[in-house]
Each structure stands twice: as C-alpha cells, then as structure tokens.
Design a protein around this ligand. Sequence first.
Ligand code: AMP
Ligand code: ZN
Length: 499
Amino acid sequence: MIEVYNTQTHAKEDFHAAKLGEIGMYVCGPTVYNYIHIGNARTFICFDTIRRYLQWRGFKVKFVQNITDVDDKIINRANEEGRSAAEVAREYTEAFIADMHAMGVLDPDVRPKATEEIPEMIDLVQRLVETGHAYEAQGDVYFSVRSFPEYGALSHRDIDELESGHRDLRAGDADLEGRKRDPLDFAVWKAAKPGEPAWESPWGMGRPGWHIECSAMSRKYLGLPFDIHGGGADLIFPHHENECAQAQAAWDQGFANYWLHSGMLQINSEKMSKSLGNFLLLRDVLKTAKPEVLRMLMLQTHYRSPLDFSEERLDEASAALDRIVNLVRRLRWAIENAQDIPSPLQTKPLMKLTKGTRNDFIFAMDDDFNSAGALGCVFNLVGELNSQLGDKTVSISDVPTLRASYAVIVELMSVFGIMVDEDDESVDYPQEVVALSRELTGYKGGSPRQAVDMLLGCREDARKEKNYELADQVRDGLAELGFTIEDTAQGARVSYQKK
Ligand code: AMP
Ligand code: ZN
C-alpha cells in the first residue's frame, strides 16, 4: 500500500486512486517569463520521480501540467524588451520544454496554456458570480473569501488572521485595493489595461487572475475530484488555497484528494534570490553538471524536505553515481568473462539480497516516496557486490545471479530516470520517442527504451494485422528520430544514430 503525506490533513494517508488503476495528477507549471531556475527544476524532478514510480508500480497516470503564459511578469518583460507578451511566453515555453527534456523529465500527457483556455476560465468566473462567491468591480472580478467558510483549510490558516496575498496587486495600482470589498478577496478576472493582452468577457475586455487557470484546467482534463495535486511548498498559500476555494465554491464537490508539496531548494543554506546573487538557472548548472548527477543529488533528499544545493553536494552526487556506474560496468565484465571454474562467490545470499533489494526499494518508495531510503537499498546491493566481486573472475554458474543483480540495479535506477548502463546505447535515446510511442501505441510514459520496445511490438502487431499504414508510421516516426529498423530472423532490431 502506498502512503502519501497530504498537506491538507498534515498526515500520511493510504493512497487510493479515485478511478480504479488510473491516477489523475496535476502539477502547476512555470510562469514563462525567464529560463527556469534550479529550484523550479527540483519541484519538476520530484514530481517526475513520483509519476515514474507510480507508473512503474502499474498505475496508468494522466499527468497534466499547465503553462502560465499570461501574467504580470511576462507583460513587464515584454514591455522592457519592446516585444509582445506572446513572443516572450513562446520563447520561454520552448526553453522550458527543452530544459525538461535535457533533464529527462517525461512530457506531461496534456500541457495546456492559459491563453488557450480562456473560455473555460470565463465559465468558471461566471459560475462564481452567479453563486454569490465572486463580484464585479470596475471590470475586475474578485473572489469573496468570506463567502466560502472552508477558506484556509488547505494551508491551515485562520481567515481572521490572514493578511491579503499580494500577488494580485499590480505594482503601483493602489486603487485596486479600493475595489475589493474585503482585503482578503483576490482577483479571478482583471480588467484590461492599455497594451496588455486581453480577451472579451461578460465584464469587458480583460484577462484571468493567476489562480483561476489551474482550477479550470485540472477539472477539464482530469475531472473532479482528481487524485494528486502537486507543486512547490511556496504555492500552498495563496495559490493552492485559492485554486481549491474557487473550484469547490463553483462546483460544490471535492477538488484534489491528495495535496503534495516539494520543499524549497536553497543554495549553500541560503534562500535563492536575485538580490543575494545566488540565483542559478538550470541551463547554467547543466553546462558543468550531468543531468543524471543533478537527479542523483535531488534523490538523496526526501522530496518534502528543504534541499541544500552546493558544489560539494554535486561532487558527492557525482561520486555516488560513479560507484553505481562502475559496479554495473564491473558486473558486465564479470558476466562476459565468466570461466568454467568453481564459484568464488556466495551466490545464494547474493540472490537473496538481489530479490530483497527490489522489495526494500518498493517499501521505501511506498512510504511517501522516500527516494533517499530507496537509493540506500540500491547502494546496499552495490556495496555487497563490490566486496564479493573484488577483482575476481567468476564462474559460469554465478552468471544467473549476477545477471539478476545487474537487471535489478539498472531497472531500479531507471525508475529514478537515471540510466546507469553506459554501454547501453539506449542511454542516448531521445525523449521524443516517449511521445511518439504515446501517439502511436497509446502507451503512456516509461523510459525511452521501453517506448522503443512498445513501438517495435506495435509495428509487429500492425504487420500481422496487415495494417501497413500504422507499421509504416512507426518506422517513419522512428526514422525521423534517428532509429533504423532492421528485420532479422529473430525479429526487428533497432539501431540508433544521434541526430
Ligand atoms: P513559478 O514559475 O514561480 O510558478 O514556479 C514553478 C514551480 O517551481 C512551482 O511549483 C514552485 O513552487 C516551484 N519553485 C519555485 N521556487 C522554488 C525553489 N526554490 N525550490 C523548489 N521549488 C521551487
Ligand atoms: Zn496552479
């Protein structure tokens, strides 16, 4: 049984999917006005790990992540640079997707953009107005916090002690406060200002408030209530509190069943901020650090704990990863060079440990995705193999055990999105193949290697059924990404040439 810590209840709870075998997961995406920083990356990698694990555990996961492509920060940047907000948003959306691919983060099943979902948001705002939970004031529409008695339940705040969140206030727009009936109220729709992107609405030209998009999109793509809502801990209040209030007030039903929040990344134990000059963009870190080393660093800390980022920790993570990669290489060599000699190993306990490692890994990850504990299980096996193998030549009779250990280590690390078998050419497979597999086979997620296997299987089935159109689509799609298929007597074989 998987247990997850739910921010809403402050407790670990047994995880039950709302729909049998299928999980709906929504993770707030970036506001695209700059390249993402390493703190954003932490959150996205945490939820990628959780998603990969759930998929590996046999769940079908529908993963939705929005792109906030209309916002004050985007508009400000566009004005500073003398270009349109749409251009700024397009540039940084593309950069974000490229950064995620570089980190091996799986694409979401749906990546809705706020600017393409305006009618859904207007419907939601209208519903709030009709039900008395929102009111219009000079073209703005505000959510009336006091109309919703459960406000504060997610973030455990007492409404009377709350001060107004300031994200809704436009800089220098002092009279905005005057339009609100209560300082706690927040904008769900904002009247257009000259030169800003704007859409027609029942309240005149305007644009959505920040929080409304996630309520509208999660319902549209996942239905209510959905299972997991995630984001960084800085979003609990006001963003998630407001998302939750709007959705529940409008539709009068549960919103998200489990709220998961990742801890903040800090740099050398300090908050990361522009003013402290310790603001690190992911793409700059990746100039010197390998993506899998960065992942390793992140996995060593529980997703809910604050994570301290430093050069030393990167070095440690790199050394830790090397230990696994070297052992995997050593195992390969031992298997390939086994001799007809008596076994120098204690294979029985080794086999027991190998099987136990998989179970222990699951036990750790089922406990609120304790990746540090799960990594520890892998290292336990790595350590034992290292000490048993030394520089010995092994016996042919040891090979099945060593193969099993090898397979377990490679598989468990791939659940974390880390490929540790350097000689395996699939480490270079492009992430796009996962999307191709999703499109043609319907298979969602998994590693690029699994995606290629799915595609080859799909092509074989299509050929058997004389569906040559689909078979060709698979071949052509793979060819476009750099794969060549060779049909042999043993079945189709694929080779890959990086483009
Ligand atoms: P934003 O573009 O600011 O909405 O942030 C995108 C995601 O990154 C959100 O889920 C934030 O909670 C998360 N995030 C922002 N700063 C950090 C940080 N220092 N550490 C971890 N996550 C962060
Ligand atoms: Zn959100």
